[in-house]
Write a protein that binds this ligand. Structure first.
Ligand SMILES: [Zn+2]
Length: 266
């Protein structure tokens, strides 16, 4: 067996690759050991996924949606109590409802408590955070793209070899494995639905934290389409241009490829 990223022999690899990290609530979408070798799995975890997971933007999304990490922890978010100018932390526990608030490490909690006692009310400011930079996002979406392709083709005889041997995917492979910070891979990004949107299908009500599909356009370009917390990210697996996707959107009333063939509300 060969790794879809470095093409090395990966027959002795032990780790299962999560297509979407567990910290985004994914437990079922994984690749068998060896599809991604242990070395690439480790590198991707540290250099591709961690910068995304550690970004204030995705921490906030996970906090809002109460998505715990594999260690069962929901990330904290920071704020400021305006009247006492105390930095505070907002916390959630995965086994309890509600939010608890405490002074950040190193802050004097007594000032904040005193201000609350005197004024009976106060203002809590939660700063707005921007998404991580394009390099971090595009590398992550590129990684998901190659892995989704592998997860589809693994079911076909010789399918994985095709993914490994396809020269058209080499640029994408090295973008994930090595990276080119000066040359960011283009991607499309737009909001599809609020992160806490409630979907109903066959009488069931549910939220969607993440979903993905592969779009093959009329000109046979392959795009990975990923939605994370209601935001759609699309990237061309065969090249850095995104024009073909924009054209596809024009021809499909700007509907998301995730929903165009489904009887969905969007
Ligand atoms: Zn590898």
């Amino acid at each position: 067996m060969r790794c879809i990223f470095c093409k090395c022999n990966s027959s002795s690899s032990m780790s299962r690759e999560h297509i979407i990290p567990e910290s985004f609530g994914n437990k079922e979408h994984t690749l068998p050991p060896g599809v991604v070798c242990d070395k690439c799995n480790n590198y991707i975890g540290r250099k591709v996924e961690k910068p995304l997971l550690d970004s204030p933007y995705f921490k906030e999304q996970r906090f809002k949606m109460s998505v715990p990490s594999k260690e069962n922890k929901i990330p904290m978010i920071g704020g400021i109590h305006l009247q006492s100018r105390t930095l505070i932390e907002l916390m959630k526990r995965s086994d309890e409802d509600g939010i608890s608030i405490g002074a950040a490490p190193g802050e004097d909690e007594s000032q904040w408590i005193q201000a609350l006692t005197e004024q009976k009310n106060g203002t809590l400011i939660i700063p707005i955070v921007s998404p991580p930079n394009d390099y971090v996002i595009s590398r992550f979406i590129a990684k998901v793209g190659l892995e989704v392709l592998a997860s589809r083709l693994i079911k076909v005889e010789g399918g994985l070899d095709e993914v490994v041997d396809k020269p058209e995917l080499d640029d994408l492979r090295s973008y994930v494995r090595i990276g080119t910070p000066g040359r960011v891979w283009q991607y499309s990004c737009r909001s599809l639905y609020p992160p806490d949107f409630l979907f109903t299908e066959q009488g069931e009500v549910f939220e969607v934290l993440h979903e993905y599909d592969i779009l093959v356009t009329e000109s046979f370009e392959f795009y990975i389409v990923v939605a994370l917390f209601g935001v759609e990210y699309v990237l061309n697996l065969g090249g850095r241009e995104i024009d073909g996707y924009h054209e596809w959107l024009r021809n499909h009333n700007a509907r998301s490829p995730l929903y165009v063939n489904r009887n969905a509300q969007l």
